[in-house]
Design a binder for this molecule. Sequence first.
Ligand SMILES: Cc1cc2nc3c(=O)[nH]c(=O)nc-3n(C[C@H](O)[C@H](O)[C@H](O)COP(=O)(O)O)c2cc1C
Length: 219
Amino acid sequence: MSEKAFEQQFGELTPELQVVYRNIFRRRDVRREFSGEVVDRERLMRVLAAAHAAPSVGLSQPWDFHVIQDPARLDSFAEHVGHRREEFAAKLVGERRETFNPIRIEGIVDSGTGVVVTYDPTRGGKNILGRDTIDDTGLMSVALAIQNMWLAATAEGLGMGWVSFYHEDFLADFVGAKAPVRPVAWLCLGPVTELAKERDLERFGWRKGLPLEQVVHWE
Ligand SMILES: Cc1cc2nc3c(=O)[nH]c(=O)nc-3n(C[C@H](O)[C@H](O)[C@H](O)COP(=O)(O)O)c2cc1C
């Protein structure tokens, strides 16, 4: 959102409220802007505390956070993702292929830290209050923890990028997760030089975001 548009819609709010909205609109999916430093333990733990404060169905808190900072392990995951990128690129034709080529889909090594978030559907026992009719609510809870992380990271001056170009069984083995526990995301997390104003996929012409009016439906 441009500064002008922000001022128009949120400029009249109290400074406290503006900080919240600013953080939401400043958040970016980060690939390119990692500074190369590694996040310090205190900041990392604050971001993970924000994740762990997320709402969860039946208070099941079905998430675990696996922190990976060993450069050799980061390299090894980046190599796996590189192959998945090639597979995806091979499916694209014409303009889509040209447009995809320069887009970075990961910042695994540059970020210095990977956080693999896993989902444990057995957490909280058999009868999870609220998951009885919609099993996906467990996975939804994990996504909310990730969004909390993303916003906390943004407020901390960190960048975060969600990588999903991987085979689930590879990542499960990588962090030693045994079924039914599933990896849900690899998150690149680290200090940044800046946060881009524009979304990468818009910047590179892959896809444009939709206007709010198109997705709000009254009555
Ligand atoms: C579930 C999920 C998976 C994603 N996986 C990838 C990915 O593998 N590679 C990538 O470059 N971006 C990935 N993204 C980032 C999206 O492309 C990005 O959020 C979207 O373009 C909007 O940009 P913004 O987050 O900066 O607003 C993922 C985002 C989500 C929510």
